[in-house]
Design a protein around this ligand. Structure first.
Ligand code: GDP
Ligand code: MG
Length: 436
């Protein structure tokens, strides 16, 4: 999606003024990008109408280049559409807070339940998990295992029905002095009446403070249908969008928000229990448009590295004389942050580089590393000296091809340009982080 989009904007960048035709061409690409990101087509249509109204109006700022103006409007509108601020999970003023996780089978409810419990425990709270999926025999075991891993008790009673289990959760929470009760419910393969009735009965017996719909981002358009169906029957209060670490471009976030009005409160970004993040509309907007996500990268760095390392990393990212040597050092440093493929995805321009058949995998990152290792230090510091014969040597040395070496050099140059431009912008503003 985004390569084309980037090309369009690159073309526009070299022009002085923005014509109506420019806007139309850019918006055509944005439209494709959104559709490819699995955004509902009605949502796309409404959205583009709004953007066009603003773009051809007086909203275009003189101080920005034409491409920046359009991107800024697109980004602003996307962000607004998804809810401008991050909405938290609300806690009851009178504990325990009761949180239901509902959704289809395989959406990630049980995993999200454990992730939430872990998160609250880290905040110094006392969560309790309730295993109320009585239809899949393995479901209770699954939650009990996860509960043990994070040291959170799991309430269950063999043979009890889901309504009884919700009540059991309340009883246990009093007995064990727990202030948050997280109820993991059963799913179905499709939305069905029996499931809805049962969930409604549970909530009659034990009213909810939060009813979070867990949705698999990979299901794209289907996610919107599921969200609508659940929302008709249950007073949902928000959405947890899971599996955003996969191929999904996040279009589901946009559509769900637009169609149901429900806030996306959290996102799941992996199978591990620490892979739960607050939903950030601004970042999601950039992600949908494929512009990289430097801010997430830096925040991750801050969480995982010590302060000194982090400062060094942030400094390097913004530096104009950023070399391949720095890039290599950075790759080594950011390895501490998690799978490299995930980190690469967040760097402007680098997503394309590590992408093989639309997917970033760690193998392709390993190839990038091999290429870097086959260069001399001098070559990494001054990539411009890498001529044809050097490229051949590097390709042979790294067991890759000249094309791959070329691609790395080209993408690196691109990345450096993007970084330089980002650095020139005021630090805090949204545009300041945008690689344009
Ligand atoms: P449930 O049927 O809704 O309870 O779904 P589960 O919690 O059992 O999850 C189904 C599968 O999806 C499991 O293999 C999970 O490990 C996986 N899963 C859940 N959340 C995520 C996520 O955010 N990212 C990835 N990659 N996998 C996830
Ligand atoms: Mg489950």
């Amino acid at each position: 999606l985004t390569e084309k989009l980037q090309n369009t904007f690159k073309k526009m960048r070299s022009k002085g003024r923005l014509t109506e035709a420019d806007v139309r061409e850019a918006l055509r690409e944005v439209r494709l990008a959104l559709l490819e990101a699995d955004v509902n087509f009605k949502v796309v249509k409404e959205f583009l109408t709004r953007v066009e109204e603003r773009a051809v109006g007086q909203d275009i700022l003189k101080s920005l280049t034409p491409a920046q103006s359009v991107i800024r409007i697109v980004n602003d509108e996307l962000t607004t559409l998804m809810g401008s601020t991050h909405e938290r999970v609300r806690l009851a003023s009178n504990p325990p807070t009761v949180i239901y996780l509902v959704g289809l089978q395989g959406a990630g409810k049980t995993t999200a339940a454990a992730k939430l419990a872990r998160y609250f425990k880290q905040q110094g709270r006392q969560p309790l998990l309730v295993a109320a999926d009585v239809y899949r025999p393995a479901a209770v075991d699954q939650l009990e295992t996860l509960g043990q891993q994070i040291g959170v008790p799991v309430a269950h009673e063999p043979g009890a029905d889901p309504v009884r289990l919700a009540q059991l959760g309340m009883e246990r929470s009093k007995k064990l002095a727990r202030d948050i009760v997280i109820i993991d419910t059963a799913g179905r393969l499709h939305v069905d009446e029996a499931l809805m009735t049962e969930l409604a009965r549970m909530q009659e017996a034990v009213p909810a403070h939060e009813t979070l719909l867990v949705v698999d981002a990979m299901t794209g358009q289907d996610a919107v249908r599921v969200a609508t169906a659940f929302h008709e029957r249950l007073p949902l209060t928000g959405v947890i969008l899971t599996k955003l670490d996969g191929d999904a471009r996040g279009g589901a976030a946009l559509s769900i928000r637009q169609v149901t009005g429900l806030p996306i409160k959290l996102v799941g970004t992996g199978e591990k229990l620490d892979a739960l993040e607050p939903f950030n509309p601004d970042r999601m907007a950039s992600r949908i448009l494929g512009m990289g996500d430097i801010q997430t990268l830096i925040e991750k760095a801050e969480q995982n590295l010590d302060q000194e390392d982090t400062k060094e990393l942030a400094k390097k990212i913004g530096r104009a004389d950023f070399t391949l040597d720095d890039f290599q050092a950075m790759l080594n440093q950011v390895k501490k942050l998690g799978p490299l493929s995930k980190i690469m995805e967040m760097m402007p321009g680098m997503g394309q580089l590590a992408k093989v058949k639309g997917q970033i995998d760690d193998r392709s990152v390993v190839r990038v590393e091999a290429i870097l290792n086959s260069m001399t230090k001098k070559e990494r510091q001054r990539p411009e000296i890498i001529d044809g014969s050097r490229r051949l040597r590097i390709a042979r040395g790294s067991g890759t091809s000249v094309q791959e070496v070329n691609r790395l050099l080209k993408q690196f140059e691109e990345m450096r340009k993007l970084m330089r431009q980002m650095k020139g912008k005021p630090g805090k503003s949204r545009l300041g982080r945008m690689p344009f």
